[in-house]
Design a protein around this ligand. Sequence first.
Ligand code: EPZ
Length: 421
Amino acid sequence: MQKLVISGEKKICGEISVQGAKNAALPLLAGCVLARGETVLHNCPRLSDVYASTRILTHLGCRCCRKGDSVIISSDVISRSDIPEELMREMRSSIVFLGAVIGRTGKCCLSFPGGCELGPRPIDMHISALRQMGVSICEEYGVLRCEASKGLHGAKITLSFPSVGATENVIMAAALAKGETVIRNAAREPEITDLADFLNLCGARIYGAGTSTVRISGVEQLQGCEHRVMPDRIVATTYLGAAAITGGEVSLIGSKPEDIEAILSVFEEMGCNIYNYGDCIYMSCHKPLKSVKTIRTMPYPGFPTDAQSIMLSVLSKAKGTSIMVENIFESRYRQVGELVRMGCMIKTEGKVAIIEGVRKLYGARVVATDLRGGAALVLAGLGAQGETVISNIKLIDRGYEAIEKSLSEIGADIRRITEAT
Ligand code: EPZ
């Protein structure tokens, strides 16, 4: 089994390029199903979830290949409209294929996505929106059978919560539908804008992405194009957190400060100095970190839930008491137990976590419980005295391209090993 071994308390110092965003690449890969011809996605990260997505595309009839940092998808022929259970189980976010497959073929059959480490991941908003667009959906024996027998038509859809996945699925289902679709209370995440930019390059007519009202006028056909995946704002946050927890400094190349304003303001409140120039963010953290009164995770542009675990680790080395309120997922504190084993003083009660800053963290053998929780353990290991060994790191590999190589480039003592157990 592969593990990460970290020898802590080495200052992070240097500059690093930020990989393409997992949460942009996955909907972009799904969006390729809607377009005929060839699509080239540049800056597409080498991640297990991206590989799982290309396996789904191949199953549907597309041809996929990787050339360096680019993935090339030919989608002239979509010969199937089902996503097999083993592929759905491999990647819970495969649900993002639903809108594109129905949009292109008029039907889709997939197994109900299970929950995940973050708790149940319902899709009621996806289903309700697609039904309003003329899709009949029957759920039986864990399988979703979807069909738009008379073709998809536009609809006025109001989401009860600005769901990222539901917004993406409706945009993709609406791109080739008859008439206009309006999404109110749409998610505003930058990944939505990246998807809309890509589909508009393919010939779609999508307006207002990045705002809470998105309008899509359906077109006859889409044609593949070239597109560069946006930088990963959570990976960028992770590198900033590494600099903060070790009292170092880092320059992020190819990152977009406007995508992480809520996060940058938290680092500033902790006493870090930040300078943005062009597509680079420089942060130095040479003063002792200060606690932050309260952080609430919210839909974009609020503080992102994906940065919550990462920030728990950093706040553990800040002087004073900080409070985190997790408003998006119901069980996103599962990593706290392992952080406490490293000396973090974190107490959770429902949505709230109370973090007491400590002078020292201590290396330990710990287990990742989810993708971002695993990244939090890496940061705690970087800031801890002694050696930390992290197992179950396949969860980290879902979202980080060779995390040990990237962090080693900026001064971390971290390596990947294989152990029998
Ligand atoms: C996306 O998940 C991201 N995943 C998540 O990142 C991210 O945490 C999340 O958005 C919030 O920003 C991808 O983009 C692949 P939601 P998604 O629909 O689309 C509830 C990571 O670590 N909900 O915005 O599944 C849901 O249970 C991952 O990279 C319903 O109740 O998130 C949750 O409480 C983790 N019914 C809330 O809405 C629905 O039909 C937000 O979910 C849909 C969602």
